[in-house]
Design a protein. Structure first.
Ligand code: UD1
Ligand code: CA
Length: 420
């Protein structure tokens, strides 16, 4: 069903109230531009035909987009209605339905979008939109209904007066429209409002005047409707998203000692019975196995894979690295571009010096090696199986330590075979 919908995402706005050089949809939530959450949902729903309306600093937005997303430019920000009109011009002749999303509503769940599309198809309505009942409707379009609970219009915050201001049901900014009817109605709306903009939301009244059917679906989670307009909204959205992500991990069997003090970005996988201690930051594109112990104050960065039963303790930072099963790095370490084997013991203060000023280089540490406290491994370098480095030793690049040997000093020299 979903694949018959064409998607339009509105993201041309500058986000004046953000007071930023970045276009609003590029502002990060849990480490990722908010637009990516919207695009992720579209992907989850297997929607393929996506048109994105861009304007302010489109170059910055383009940089994060998949190639198959169509882009249309809205040169003058004349309002959401105008933005949709420009997108529809690109989809000329399309007879099906569009799913229209605000790029600044990253908290909408894929499930709500799915429910909306389903309701739209089943009811045969010309327009179906998502609403939410919120405690504080300030800043949002209010859903105005008649005595029979039928929608009569969406009244924008700035234009809503009197009793309308007290309505708690708001427009979440997620809509399904039959495209031909939408196009016709868009040609009829006028910027007769305080902002002098073409409001997409005026389509509702226009449709009702034509006798077209309108349906609504209510979001399960009131936070889904939180559009981001200010830095305060951004902070709140960050907190809500962070909590959602942590809850998902806990449901899958991960222990998080202090959810208030733990930061996990999207696209992280963590195995069962792993414990995450406070003040840990785990960025996107990280995989952690089962029964690991991570933190406190651990920082795992993109491209990191941690196998089962690994301990990464306080002030350990790992980036673009693989850490093998049963390996321990319990105190103060930086492991970058490292390929660490199984049952390796990484002492306190060990650092992989991976960057030579031009390139990032790889450090290999083979199974059961013991890296003494304060060792510096200048990459590219390899520490062999069961090899040992002494405390404070600096292993310089290409001076690999062979399996079973001991390296000591600065610069490190191989002293002998390891005592068995
Ligand atoms: C909009 C809705 C409001 C709803 C709220 C939900 C309208 C008129 N109002 O209000 O009913 O409650 O979202 O969050 O639609 N954009 C463009 N081109 C433009 C103007 C906006 O692409 O000319 C984009 C923005 O970049 C943004 C989205 O459309 O991603 C929504 O625009 P915004 O100005 O934030 O609308 P709201 O006032 O929040
Ligand atoms: Ca908004």
């Amino acid at each position: 069903m979903n694949k018959n919908f064409k998607v339009i995402i509105l993201a041309a706005g500058k986000g004046v109230r953000m007071n930023s050089e970045l276009p609003k949809v590029m502002q990060p939530i849990c480490g990722k531009p908010m637009l990516e959450f919207v695009l992720d949902n579209v992907k989850v729903l297997k929607l393929k035909d996506i048109t994105l309306v861009l304007g302010f600093r489109a170059d910055l937005v383009r940089a994060i987009l998949d190639k198959d997303i169509k882009i249309v430019m809205q040169k003058k920000l004349l309002g959401t209605g105008d933005a949709v009109k420009i997108a529809l011009a690109k989809l000329k002749g399309f007879k099906g339905s569009c799913l229209i999303l605000n790029g600044d509503n990253p908290l909408v769940n894929a499930k709500s979008m799915h429910n909306l599309m389903k309701a739209h198809i089943q009811s045969g309505a010309s327009a179906t939109f998502l609403t939410a009942n919120v405690d504080n409707p300030h800043g949002f379009g209010r859903v105005v209904r008649d005595n029979y609970s039928r929608v009569t219009k969406i009244s924008e915050d700035i234009d809503a007066g009197g009793l309308q201001r007290q309505i708690n049901e708001i427009n979440a900014g997620v809509y399904c429209f039959k495209a031909p009817e939408l196009l016709k109605a868009l040609n009829k709306i006028k910027p007769k409002n305080k902002k002098k903009e073409f409001y997409l939301t005026d389509i509702i009244e226009t449709f009702l005047n034509e006798g077209f059917k309108i349906e609504t679906v209510t979001a399960e989670d009131k936070f889904e409707a939180l559009g981001i307009n200010t830095r305060c909204d951004l902070a709140l959205a960050n907190e809500i998203m962070r909590t959602r992500i942590l809850n998902e991990h806990m449901e899958r069997g991960v222990t998080i000692i202090s959810p208030e003090m733990t930061f996990i970005y999207p696209h992280v996988s963590i195995g069962r019975d792993t414990i995450i201690y406070p003040f840990t930051v785990i960025e996107s594109d990280v995989i952690i196995g089962k029964n690991c112990s991570i933190g406190p104050f651990c920082h795992l960065r993109p491209g990191t894979k941690v196998e089962d039963s690994v301990v990464l303790g306080n002030f350990v930072e790992v980036s673009r690295s693989k850490i093998g099963k049963d390996t321990l790095a319990k105190h103060f370490s930086f492991l970058g571009d490292a390929q660490v084997g199984k049952k390796v013991n990484i002492g306190a203060g060990v650092v992989t010096a991976n960057f030579d000023g031009e390139n990032k280089n790889i450090t290999k540490i083979d199974d059961e090696a013991l890296i003494g406290s304060d060792t510096i491994l200048v990459a590219p370098v390899r520490i062999g199986k069961k090899a040992i480095t002494g405390a404070g030793c600096v292993v310089t690049k290409h001076k690999d330590v062979p399996s079973g040997k001991v390296a000591l000093g600065v610069p490190a020299r191989i002293v002998k075979k390891k005592n068995k």
